[in-house]
Design a protein around this ligand. Sequence first.
Ligand SMILES: NC(=O)c1ccc[n+]([C@@H]2O[C@H](COP(=O)([O-])OP(=O)(O)OC[C@H]3O[C@@H](n4cnc5c(N)ncnc54)[C@H](OP(=O)(O)O)[C@@H]3O)[C@@H](O)[C@H]2O)c1
Length: 350
Amino acid sequence: MPVVAPINTRYRRLEHGQGRVHLVAREVTRPTAGMVKVILSPELVGVCRSDLREIVGARHLRRDFGHEIVGRVVSTTDEAVVGGGERVVYDPHPAVDRTSGFGELVEIEGTAEAVRAALVPLGPEVAAATGIFAEPLACACHCIGRLAAASQLTGIDPCSRVGIFGAGIAGALIAAALHARGVPVALMNRSRARLDRLRSSGFLPAELFSPGTPRPGSFQRLIVATSAAAPEIMALAAAAIAPGGLMVLYAGTRPGDRLGDLDLDATRRAEDTVPVTFAGHTLTVAGSHGATRADFGQAIRELVGGRQGPWLLPGALSALVTNQVSLAEAPDLLTRHARDGFVGKAVITI
Ligand SMILES: NC(=O)c1ccc[n+]([C@@H]2O[C@H](COP(=O)([O-])OP(=O)(O)OC[C@H]3O[C@@H](n4cnc5c(N)ncnc54)[C@H](OP(=O)(O)O)[C@@H]3O)[C@@H](O)[C@H]2O)c1
């Protein structure tokens, strides 16, 4: 039996235009014939750096406003795709049409296959404040998978220390996920503020932070997780890698980004693993892009607390959250963060 929200139900959601975020009232629209339509009621939605880039018009190709969602299915036109009442996290990679994720309701429409793929079941044992990390952690797990595969392909010791360039949320999660697996990491950042905040919050043990510019050739394996693959960042990262070493490119790329002869945007999106000669030495670049359903499964298992030890990922995640605001407070916060930048993670309570 389909469980369908009445057409024209009014609800509030965030939308953006001309660099500002607005709280607007909208109505549930009629399902498109032949498509599955699901409506979510979000509990909590995380703010991703890409949301802020979208607000200021600096996002290339994708539009995913409000995609770190923990919510419940309140309406479905096909119970065989997802059941009414099911608690889920949203996977933004399958091709569905949807409304802003920052809303009292989120309307999602697509083929049965795409809608099923976009909604990942989340058990009651994962608190919403932890569950909003499922998507960014799934991308981090995917990156770690790419690191392992490319290490094997290039014959590099899979237990060797990994340098991580960029201690934003992405770099911090990759470092945490590697640390949870017992892989030695060194988390680096251009400015001290992010490392200091992560260190003082107890997010990771202090010895994993590595302030300052890395010495040339000091890593066999390095992951670039900075906000962009700008030439000066790539040159610094390439110099930090020993000859014959491996760079995993996780940072967002744009058409035209290059390292020597290598097209970085194509390499990342196709998840290629390719050798390149840069500044007199050869290294291998491996792209990491998105996450699979298996990565979501892995991430959720980690959020449930699958691993044992003195340091536990689910407990550490709360240290990343710097602001928690209501939907009504969010337009001002998001507009300011998009304009001025910020450190940490903001979450919106619906
Ligand atoms: N591959 C994937 O599937 C995937 C998934 C999610 C995100 N991403 C990408 O991961 C990247 C990081 O995301 P995030 O959310 O962690 O972003 P973020 O919070 O904005 O952090 C960006 C980091 O980049 C550093 N940075 C910025 N400009 C720099 C420069 N010129 N030189 C050196 N460092 C610089 C910042 O250092 P400061 O503290 O000094 O400003 C900060 O540590 C983004 O490009 C995002 O698109 C990729």
